[in-house]
Design a protein around this ligand. Structure first.
Ligand code: NFS
Length: 676
């Protein structure tokens, strides 16, 4: 390979201040260690490379070779007519809307291609082409079959009998795979949404036809000289996002549950301190649990444990980064070693014998960092390889899944002996409860009387719980690691808002000790604390990975069904947030929450400032169309209070604002009387 294509891991000219880079102690320690070893990390690069101001405003168009055309907002904003245009005449509105929906296309494609991989693997299971995967949750399979038009019973001699599970599996698998490219009708899962929401989608003309088509159509419409009406462009963005949330992601989540088991609450640890100096440390990183599920089995096999001992280790410690971590956490209690921004740091411990990556959110710089240690960096997916020579590619094939996993684990185990003297694992880890989902919330907070989410609804109506928030998404090196996530979540629960969390936000919440029932007494307002203590749940519920945001959509739908809080998701006292977003997937998620009726606030900055008309459309007009709208607020306390203000607005519209005043007054009175 030519010398100039090699990228150096060596020290940045300027280095990050660890205390400014993260609020998390082990992260600060590892940044310091990296700097001492002269190994550059994302935190240093964020200091040396500033973002492009024009790109940040969303008004740079590079969709053809006459550009890039840059249309920065004049100082002091547009006075009079906005005469800015690109060479072809594209307005700032067209450019910002095109860029926006291309992000949705990227995000929806990533989630949905993950979902497709799961659906295709499930088809192999149904066709009995693989032995390594099975149906672990037949009840879930039976519950989703009707949405795909697959019968779960048969009539024999006038009697209704249960249909053979293998037949149901084949029917569901074929119908699910067809969702990506069917020629007629609309996505099957749309009918899971509350009827008024389905009616809105119909009225707005945004019902997705199939998953792939909506993504491809974005690429077509945003090609030079096609769709030049920002409203029409944004409509297609909404349609593709719905194909993600109520399509690719939801099918992915469901079929993963069918094959690997529906999560149930369990206890685990979190943070870099889960790595063990005397064990082989394997870290799985990325998003798809297809391979990592097999790695769990391989790492727990007696053969590999014995091999680890022969190589001088006490055992094998498996942990995760990003959403692969969340998938393994929620089903097996495998601990997350860190969030997105801690991926390089896990290798800098010097104790990572192998990092196994699949797709999405993987830094190319991992290869440069791995080169400084003995760490084997193993790519496993045909669509996600790295150019650096030290990267090993072991392609994963679902038909030989266990064989591939054993090979990878063996490589890690045999690498244990190559560790250098430079091992430093930060001694920080926490305990957490994870593994919540639609079903387990129902179990913990529900009751069979008057609807399954009755207890939750009752506590919202009586005001103990003020509302529901979804806090999700990434870390972003342009903000202080974990600070926004944690400040926002704490502010919400302090104000009696129960939080559902996924993705790196959920890992952050675990690392900072918010995912335990004990957190309620320390951080919550009196109403939420009382509910959490009575029911024995944390005030922040970990609902899984980013594709599992579909669980939040379904949980919201269950709350609507349970009654007393309006007829649609947009009526609920609820709001969404992605405090430290950075990926295109986050924009797709944000848009499907907005398109499903949720007020959704992003942190950091959205690329809309250069096109105020488009921004206004997303922040205001969308509320009339879908019931939900966008917002952006970088200050975490203000961010949380914008969500709370929206929750209070919805409580007022439902006529339940007085109930909450009463609960709080009762509490104050009781305190005055010394009864607390
Ligand atoms: Ni979501 Fe999960 Fe993390 Fe962001 Fe990346 S891992 S899919 S995109 S960074 S939360």
């Amino acid at each position: 390979m030519a010398e100039e294509t090699k990228v150096s891991a060596v020290k940045a000219p300027q280095q990050a201040d660890p205390m400014e880079a993260s609020i998390e102690v082990s992260t600060q320690e590892m940044i310091r260690r990296a700097q001492k070893l002269q190994i550059e990390t994302v935190f240093d690069r964020a200091v040396t490379m500033k973002p492009c101001a024009i790109g940040m405003q969303g008004i740079c168009c590079k969709n053809c070779a006459m550009g890039p055309c840059r249309l920065p907002l004049p100082k002091g904003g547009v006075q009079g007519d906005d005469t800015r245009k690109g060479l072809c005449g594209a307005t700032p509105n067209t450019i910002a809307a095109r860029n926006w929906i291309r992000m949705i296309a990227g995000g929806a494609a990533a989630h949905s291609d993950h979902g497709r991989g799961v659906a295709l693997t499930f088809l192999s299971v149904a066709r009995k082409e693989t032995k390594d995967y099975t149906i672990k949750d037949p009840a879930k399979l039976i519950s989703i079959a009707p949405y795909f038009g697959v019968a779960t019973t048969v009539e024999v001699d006038g009697k209704k009998l249960d249909r053979d599970i293998d037949e149901i599996a084949l029917g569901v698998a074929e119908a699910a795979v067809a969702e990506w490219g069917k020629t007629d009708g609309f996505l099957s899962y749309l009918k899971r949404a509350p009827q008024p929401l389905q009616d809105k989608w119909e009225k707005q003309g945004v019902k997705p036809r199939n998953i792939d088509r909506e993504i491809v159509e974005i690429m077509h419409r945003t090609h030079m000289g096609v769709d030049q009406d920002y409203k029409n462009l944004l409509k297609q963005g909404a349609r593709a996002s719905i194909a993600d949330g109520w399509g690719g992601s939801m099918i992915g989540t469901d079929l993963q549950d069918v094959m690997f088991g529906t999560p149930a609450p369990l206890q685990a640890e979190a943070n870099l301190g889960v790595m063990k100096a005397d064990h082989v440390n394997i870290i799985v990183h990325g998003h798809e649990p297809l391979l990592s599920e097999m790695i769990v089995a391989a790492a727990q096999s007696q053969e590999m444990i014995d091999l680890a001992k022969q190589n001088g280790a006490k055992g094998i410690q498996l942990s995760g980064i990003c959403c692969t971590a969340n998938e393994l956490l929620q089903r097996h209690g495998i601990p997350p070693a860190g969030t997105f921004l801690q991926q390089e740091l896990a290798i800098i411990t010097g104790a990572c014998d192998a990092m196994v990556v699949d797709v999405q959110c993987i830094f190319q710089n991992l290869a440069n960092v791995a080169k400084c240690f003995h760490t084997k960096l193993i790519t496993t997916h045909p669509i996600a390889r790295m150019e650096q020579e030290n990267v090993i590619h072991i392609e994963f094939d679902e038909h030989y899944a266990m064989q591939d996993a054993m090979r990878i684990v063996k490589m890690a185990v045999e690498n244990f002996q190559n560790r250098g003297a430079e091992v430093m694992i930060p001694q920080h880890k926490t305990t957490q409860i994870a593994g919540f989902g639609v079903e387990s919330i129902q179990y913990h907070l529900g009751g069979s009387f008057r609807g399954s989410y009755y207890t939750l609804n009752d506590n919202i109506i009586n005001g103990r719980i003020r509302g529901i928030a979804g806090v999700v998404g990434c870390n972003n090196a342009r903000t202080k690691h974990n600070e926004e996530h944690i400040t926002i979540i704490k502010e919400l629960i302090k104000n009696d808002v129960i939080v559902l969390t996924t993705g790196c936000s959920a890992i952050a919440a675990g690392i900072h000790g918010l995912l335990t029932p004990g957190a309620a007494a320390v951080h919550c307002g009196p109403g939420l604390a009382e509910v959490c203590e009575t029911v024995g749940i944390p005030p922040v519920l970990h609902l899984g990975s980013c594709v599992d945001n579909s669980r939040i959509l379904l949980a919201a739908t269950e709350v609507v069904k349970a009654g007393g809080l309006g007829n649609d998701i947009c009526d609920l006292p609820a709001a969404g947030s992605a405090p430290e977003w950075m990926s295109e997937k986050a924009i797709s998620i944000g848009q499907y929450f907005v398109s499903s009726g949720v007020y959704t606030v992003f942190g950091y900055s959205l690329p809309l400032e250069g096109a105020p008309v488009v921004k206004d459309y997303l922040y205001k007009t969308m509320e009339d169309m879908y019931g939900g709208m966008w917002d952006c607020e970088a200050d975490p306390v203000k961010h949380a209070h914008k969500m709370i203000a929206h929750i209070d607005k919805k409580r007022k519209a439902l006529g339940i604002d007085k109930a909450r005043d009463r609960v709080l007054m009762d509490m104050a009175d009781r305190q005055k009387l010394g009864m607390e």
